[in-house]
Design a binder for this molecule. Sequence first.
Ligand SMILES: [Zn+2]
Ligand SMILES: [Zn+2]
Length: 144
Amino acid sequence: MTDLEKELCFIKEELRAGDKGYNMSPELQNVHTALHKLINIVIKITNKEGGVSPPSKSLGKCPDCAVQPGQQHKDYCDIERCSVCGGQTLVCNCNEHDKDFAKWTGIWPGQAEADYLGIDLNQICTYDYIKIFFIKKPFNTEVI
Ligand SMILES: [Zn+2]
Ligand SMILES: [Zn+2]
């Protein structure tokens, strides 16, 4: 718990204790209610900034072969990328393709990388990025 969180908890407890102890006039009651609302908003904002808000997206099944995130694609899935050549496993004939390396993550292959780079998904395939992202064997590529 950060110092700010501790402080917020303390204020909340104080307010709660105050609720019990006083015979409040309607005006004071209103101020008190407003304070409660305010403190809850501050807590919400603090949680967001602290990075504890839940993910805004969830991982889904492979749109083609319907496996769950973390599982190997089924045979003949057209989304699976070949870990040897980086192309679609469906259309290449490479030996030693590693199905574990190419497992479905819940994100379209290359999409997270493309988003990170601020480019279109197709550009992942037009540049040498496939060597870095889809191919298992390390390459001595110059940094793109
Ligand atoms: Zn699949
Ligand atoms: Zn291949």
